[in-house]
Design a protein around this ligand. Structure first.
Ligand SMILES: [Zn+2]
Length: 99
């Protein structure tokens, strides 16, 4: 009676090449956030073993989108915020004493 609708199959036939099987893998996901390239290691994805087609977990994508863009759904403001950037401590050059 209760169909497991949210059941995610471990592997399923590829709908692109119709020959391979998409296997669950953890990959490094690349996405652009503005001008910054974001890399997310160990991102859940399904990879076809024949054509290499990648399917990402939709929930993981949504989670990542929310994570990267906390203002999602809100009107965008043109506030230019400078991210808190840790200033490197200037290494004071030691005076070279030659006696
Ligand atoms: Zn395929």
């Amino acid at each position: 009676m209760s169909e497991p609708e949210n059941f995610i199959p471990e592997s399923y036939p590829c709908n692109q090449c119709h020959a391979g099987v998409l296997q669950p893998r953890f990959v490094t996901y690349f996405t652009w956030l503005g001008a910054e390239l974001i890399t997310v290691p160990h991102f859940p994805a399904w990879i076809c073993d024949v054509c290499g087609k990648r399917d990402y977990d939709e929930k993981a994508i949504q989670w990542l989108t929310m994570l990267l863009d906390p203002n999602a759904g809100k009107p965008t403001t043109n506030h230019h915020r400078t991210p808190p950037f840790p200033r490197p401590h200037p290494s004071a050059p030691r005076p070279h004493l030659d006696s």
